[in-house]
Design a protein around this ligand. Structure first.
Ligand SMILES: Cc1cc2nc3c(=O)[nH]c(=O)nc-3n(C[C@H](O)[C@H](O)[C@H](O)COP(=O)(O)OP(=O)(O)OC[C@H]3O[C@@H](n4cnc5c(N)ncnc54)[C@H](O)[C@@H]3O)c2cc1C
Length: 152
């Protein structure tokens, strides 16, 4: 999914929220927390690869690389630690995978005396995802498949 597509979705979400429509908020949180985590981690690790690839010069201020690393390295922590962001992004996938498997949505029932429990709600409220998430609706078949090991 391109940055352009995510920006478009964000602009649409901002418009939706102005009309009290929060339907796609969880999707945007999934995308933005996931992309933040993956890309900042990837770039940080790549900067160390760049530094190593030029030997000792990569440690010299003349190369400019130490300054870039110093500037960029906190991105894995600020605006949300990457481990936490990745977990939040994954939570969305797990939630929808579970819904797809059960073909039901779950809601948390809070009572005074017992801890929250998950209870099935009606099938009509099941929110189906499309696009890159369509594989969820074949998840039972996919999980049942075995990867054959071919001897060479
Ligand atoms: C350079 C810099 C500038 C900043 N500027 C600002 C600013 O202008 N305004 C502002 O408000 N804040 C700012 N911050 C704070 C920043 O947003 C927080 O540091 C960041 O959100 C991480 O939160 P935390 O420090 O509480 O760490 P935590 O989230 O507590 O993380 C600490 C460690 O615990 C781990 N961890 C936490 N939860 C889990 C979990 N559930 N499972 C596994 N591991 C977990 C993390 O992976 C991490 O290793 C800045 C931080 C930095 C480094």
């Amino acid at each position: 999914m391109s940055q352009y597509t995510v920006c478009q979705k964000l602009m649409q979400l901002i418009e939706d929220i102005k009309h009290q429509n929060f339907k796609n908020l969880d999707m945007m949180h999934h995308l933005s927390s996931g992309f933040k985590s993956v890309h900042t981690q990837d770039i940080t690790e790549s900067l160390y690869v760049c530094r190593q690839s030029i030997g000792g010069a990569g440690f010299s201020a003349w190369s400019g690389i130490p300054a870039i690393i110093e500037l960029f390295s906190p991105t894995v922590t600020y605006e949300g630690d990457n481990t936490v962001m990745a977990q939040q992004s994954a939570n969305f996938l797990l939630k929808h995978a579970r819904q797809a498997m059960d073909n039901q949505v779950y809601k948390t029932i809070k009572t005074d005396s017992v801890p929250p429990v998950h209870a099935p709600v009606t099938k009509q409220t099941f929110k189906k995802l499309d696009g890159p998430f369509e594989y969820f609706y074949e998840i039972k078949e996919l999980l049942g498949k075995k990867c054959p090991i071919i001897k060479t």
